[in-house]
Design a protein around this ligand. Structure first.
Ligand SMILES: Nc1ncnc2c1ncn2[C@@H]1O[C@H](COP(=O)(O)OP(=O)(O)OP(=O)(O)O)[C@@H](O)[C@H]1O
Length: 277
């Protein structure tokens, strides 16, 4: 069987006392998905999805094109509602609250759940204003508070040192990799619990990809991260758990090491060893 080994970041070797590494410690879930189905008109895009997303972990979603990865991610923050033909059944809870229930205000959900997209999409504004935008919308006007949020968010996204002397410059003047970290900083500025990432490095060069992967590894100390990726080495490198989607179904969901070394389902094995997809 061809499998991928999971290279360790240096730091992982030093956190063996972390209670999250103790298999006997019950983990807290942020999202629970039960029997979720989703249709775009007649297209049955998600079928009986059951998944738990654990706090302060990186969960990777892998699978071939069109298997429903992005749809699932966009269901978690209700972006999928923007498509008029969408229908759902089943249940998603975020910290016990029913996400798909219309009484859960989408604005409240989005202050807790940030999203980073495949293509870096900074606003055509200064670096500073990109980060301050969300907090301003939430009513923060005090310049000193905004300055602090901007610095903290840019530091959190590992880009402060690169941009601290050019905060008034347009974010479009940055490289693609820097723009993506600005988008991550913009997401951190609203102090979310969860960060959804839809192929966040697929438009980046290998060096920028590594920076973002290292950043994700840092961010999971504070945030729960769900990442859709086509890059199986990336999933193996950075995630704690992996869900393998195929034709709208979750075929297997387990600890990443298990998925990439001893998968239970032969379809998972075929996919991770490159036999299809
Ligand atoms: N807005 C939409 N309207 C109708 N069908 C859609 C829409 N978006 C996605 N679909 C369909 O839903 C299914 C799942 O698509 P989705 O984009 O979630 O897959 P994916 O696994 O993220 O694919 P990729 O890896 O190519 O991004 C596909 O059959 C797709 O054609």
């Amino acid at each position: 069987m061809s499998t991928l080994t999971k290279p360790k970041f240096d730091e992982e070797l030093t956190i063996s006392n972390d209670p999250r590494n103790n298999k006997d410690t019950p983990k807290t879930t942020v999202y629970d998905t039960k029997d979720l189905n989703l249709w775009y008109g007649d297209t049955h895009a998600l079928k009986d999805i059951n998944l738990s997303i654990y706090e302060k972990e990186v969960t990777a979603i892998i699978g071939p094109s069109g298997c429903g990865k992005s749809t699932y991610l966009k269901t978690l923050n209700r972006m999928v509602e923007l498509v008029p033909s969408v229908r759902t059944s089943g249940m998603i809870t975020y910290k016990g609250k029913s996400v798909l229930d219309k009484s859960f205000k989408v604005e409240d959900l989005r202050t807790k759940v940030g999203m980073v997209f495949q293509k870096p999409n900074p606003f055509p504004k200064s670096i500073y204003d990109n980060i301050a935008y969300g907090p301003k919308i939430h009513g923060i006007r005090n310049k000193k508070t905004l300055d602090e949020i901007v610095e903290k968010s840019l530091r959190g996204a590992s880009i402060w040192d690169e941009v601290k002397d050019r905060l008034k410059e347009n974010a479009y003047g940055l490289s693609g990799g820097q723009q993506q970290r600005i988008c991550i900083a913009r997401c951190l500025a609203i102090e979310p619990d969860v960060i959804l990432m839809d192929e966040p490095t697929s438009a980046l060069d290998p060096k920028s990809t590594l920076r973002v992967e290292e950043l994700i590894h840092e961010l999971k100390k504070e945030y729960s991260i769900i990442i859709v990726t086509h890059n199986m080495q990336q999933a193996a490198r950075i995630s704690d758990r992996t869900a393998f989607f195929l034709n709208g179904e979750v075929i297997e969901f387990d600890e990443t090491d298990k998925i990439f070394t001893t998968p239970t389902d032969s379809r998972t094995e075929d996919y991770i060893s490159g036999r299809f997809g």
